[in-house]
Design a protein around this ligand. Sequence first.
Ligand code: ATP
Ligand code: LTN
Length: 334
Amino acid sequence: MSKPRLYSGMQPSADSLQIGNYIGALMQWRDLQESYEAFFSVVDLHALTQPSNPADLRAKTRRTAAQYIAAGIEPSRSTLYVQSHVRAHAELAWILSTITGFGEASRMTQFKDKSARYGADATSVGLFTYPVLMAADILLYQTDIVPVGDDQKQHVELTRDLAERFNSRYGEAFTVPMPVIQKDTARIYDLQNPAAKMSKSAESDAGVLWLLDDPAVSAKKVMRAVTDSDGTVRYDRENKPGVSNLLVIYAALTGRQMPAIEDEYAGRGYGDFKKGLADVVVEEFGPVRARALELLDDPAELDRVLAANAERADEVADATLADVYDKIGLLRRL
Ligand code: ATP
Ligand code: LTN
């Protein structure tokens, strides 16, 4: 029997991913690729909604792909590709935009937040239709599940609505996907400001652990992480956000239960605990970083892997697109 399909992606919006991306997304993708037929994209077309220069975008796209692989996404098992390599994405996005309500798209909270932040002059139509392109990504592959962070849930709901609308108007063309929302406990916060989510686009990078940071730099950032004056290593998100965040990272990377870690550090200071965590971080990310840098050392080979995977993606995507064109009444080209 064939496996259910999974789709997810990330924008190539930075030179390095941060450990929130690793713990909150990549570790799950890596596990899920065993039981699902998985498609993972580097969504470079989406990244065009933010200003960047062409050489940077190209570099970030390769770097993001290399980090997926280094983190354990296997391009021989899962389809790992660059979104713009598969033309069907932009084509289906156009079709879907014609069945998306203007009001419906206007309700997307990410658009409202981002456009308020950028200002009217810097807000593009592409930013507005971002969720429609995301729907195309998902629907092209007859996706069953979409693992994403909470902030993307509304976009997956829109995707479901569009799939159902198309299917009922023109006939069954799409699988209606289910969002799989990451657990709150997998959310990582900024080491310097534990009230804010760790993010690639944070203003200051002092509290961000980058996957590609030198291990000594990561260790130093852990040692300098904000804690509190209570002195006990205990999980209490409300009153001890800094220490709780470090515990979440520790537990996620070691696979150990929180109480066992609290016990191990009972009666010892934060210094000891941070030292322990710094060792865990260096041990986990040292090999990931080394592998990513090795892949980036041979861009021709990396490009070849991405091209082969794009070909696999093309096959599935083209079949869906052809069916959609047919159903919606576009004249077939002989
Ligand atoms: P940007 O700042 O460019 O928006 P980001 O680092 O916030 O980037 P996204 O590209 O929005 O990350 O997200 C990619 C994936 O990583 C998503 O699945 C998201 O839920 C997950 N992710 C991002 N940041 C964190 C975090 N701090 N903790 C847990 N998961 C995270
Ligand atoms: N918008 C998502 C990235 C993304 C995505 C997708 C995720 C683009 N297309 C399809 C899942 C499925 C983000 O910013 N994290």
